[in-house]
Design a protein around this ligand. Structure first.
Ligand code: CA
Length: 226
């Protein structure tokens, strides 16, 4: 998840960035409205945290500009202004939420997560196929309510297959996405990892969820005839 913080107070920006990075986000900072609008238009962020009082172009102008360009990135306004008119104005301009300074980091994080959860097309925190569940927030996988003991790589692999459930995924794509490497010549690594994952996810159960599609790759889905 990649976030943009548009904030001219260096200390606030640094504090937010640190906390968000610690929570697994990739964070860019823009120190003024010009840069903020430019970054927001040239990158694909999952969320923009936008201060209102900015030098030059204020937060309202930034959101107006990016919405006019058709960017629907969710926006969380961050501001010392606390009048109800400002709140209404922000929401009317297409902000998703509004947080008034001073605020606690835990409150900000909760708002960020709730916006990301309800944003259209965003990845849910709980992935489910049949009785198999992956809870991304808690880093926990269960099948039939029983916890699966997965290594970190197996967890990432399973989450990836579940996000793309029903899609046949090639070994090369799995290698790139899960190992972040180009395994062009040696996709055997993928087969080994899949075998190990199956021994935990499928072997103890009657209905199998991970299927091999000969010559193509793998697919995770329910009731596939092999
Ligand atoms: Ca400011």
């Amino acid at each position: 998840m990649r976030l943009l913080i548009v904030e001219d107070e260096k200390k606030t920006a640094a504090y937010l960035k640190k906390g968000l990075v610690e929570n697994g986000f990739v964070v860019d900072i823009a120190a003024n409205g010009e840069d903020g609008a430019h970054f927001a238009l040239t990158n694909d962020y999952d969320l923009i945290i936008l201060d209102i009082m900015l030098p030059g172009k204020d937060g309202w102008s930034v959101i107006t500009e990016i919405r006019k360009e058709g960017k629907e990135t969710p926006v969380l306004f961050l501001t010392a202004r606390d009048s109800i008119e400002d709140k209404v104005k922000g929401l009317k301009l297409g902000a998703d939420d509004y947080l008034i300074k001073p605020f606690s980091f835990s409150e900000l994080l909760a708002r960020v997560r709730s916006i990301l959860r309800r944003a259209p097309g965003r990845q849910p925190e709980l992935l489910k196929v049949a009785d198999l569940e992956v809870d991304l927030a808690r880093h926990k996988a269960t099948r039939g309510g029983k916890r699966l003991d997965l290594s970190p790589k197996e967890f990432i692999l399973l989450s990836f297959l579940m996000r793309r459930k029903g899609e046949v995924i090639s070994r090369t794509l799995i290698a790139e996405q899960v190992w972040d490497m180009n395994f062009d010549s040696d996709t055997n690594v993928v087969d080994v990892a899949i075998r190990r994952l199956r021994s935990k996810v499928d072997d103890p159960f009657t209905s199998k969820l991970i299927h091999t599609v000969r010559g193509m790759g793998y697919v995770l889905e329910e009731n596939k005839k092999e």
